[in-house]
Design a protein around this ligand. Structure first.
Ligand code: 0O2
Length: 243
């Protein structure tokens, strides 16, 4: 008996197609979210005159990590169960300049008509015992395929540069010590998280002071130019500069 007789080729092809379409939905979900984030970034940049988003990184969880999670959590191995239970297959990490940007951005995302927030974890107001800080959202967004609409989960993590710096170092240390980090290092990491929080607060205070001065200057300039009869459209100028 040859291999083709042993395996039902038709079934195998159908499975391959099903798996490809399963993973494709997550890729499209990331494309859609990245477009939303870029639009918000441009609009925010214009309104507040600074860039609230320092960095955006997206990833699709590898099949190996998906299966590890399914096994670890004891979920059923069917595609329907994976889709419902593993809600971080599509993941986006947004690094913001300031803490207030995190909440403003998350409200803007959550307020969109086609976005449903299914889970919200605020590890900034309530940091994890190890010091981890970040805002986690699980969103459900519709993806329009050729023959159907697919509701897809996307995990969005939003944090400041300082929180991100801390989290990536902590992640490296955690794996370096194979999840058994020495007590002294745990304490130092906690201390570093507190320092990161202090830095974020201080930077935000300074930023607010500068913004207020800039805003007052801007209002004065605008009044002067209106009095002189000039009527320019700064957003159009801003778009032209971007080209
Ligand atoms: P990866 O590779 O980043 O995806 P669950 O997601 O269901 O397993 P839980 O507790 O409901 O677990 O999720 P939670 O608390 O929202 O955290 C999920 C993700 O947040 C993690 O994903 C990490 O990316 C990040 N995270 C959470 N806690 C910590 C922490 O203490 N340190 C660091 N560095 N990151 C953290 P994964 O699945 O671990 O991995």
């Amino acid at each position: 008996m040859n291999i083709e007789q042993m395996i039902d080729m038709k079934e195998l092809k159908a499975l391959k197609l099903e798996l490809t379409r399963f993973m494709m939905a997550y890729k499209f979900a990331l494309d859609e979210m990245n477009t939303k984030i870029n639009i918000l970034k441009d609009e925010f940049n214009y309104i507040h005159d600074y860039n609230p988003i320092e960095h955006v990184k997206s990833r699709i969880k590898s099949p190996e990590s998906i299966f590890k999670k399914v096994y670890r959590k004891g979920y059923n191995f069917s595609l329907a169960s994976i889709k419902e239970n593993v809600r971080d297959i599509a993941g986006i990490r947004i690094t913001c300049s300031f803490k207030s940007d995190i909440y403003e951005l998350s409200n803007m995302i959550a307020g969109q008509k086609d976005v449903r927030v299914v889970d919200y974890k605020d590890y900034i107001k309530n940091p994890k015992p190890n010091g981890y800080q970040s805002l986690h959202l699980i969103l459900e967004i519709p993806i329009f395929m050729s023959d159907r609409e697919e509701l897809t989960y996307v995990e969005v993590q939003i944090r400041t540069i300082a929180m991100d710096f801390w989290a990536s170092l902590e992640h490296k240390i955690y794996y370096k010590y194979n999840k058994e980090v020495p007590n002294q290092m745990v304490a130092e990491l906690k201390e570093a998280a507190v320092m990161a929080e202090e830095l974020d607060s201080k930077m935000e205070r300074l930023h607010k002071e500068i913004s207020e001065i800039k805003q007052a200057e801007h209002e004065k300039e605008e009044e002067m130019s209106l009095m002189n009869g000039s009527f320019n459209l700064p957003f159009i100028e801003y778009l032209l500069q971007k080209k």
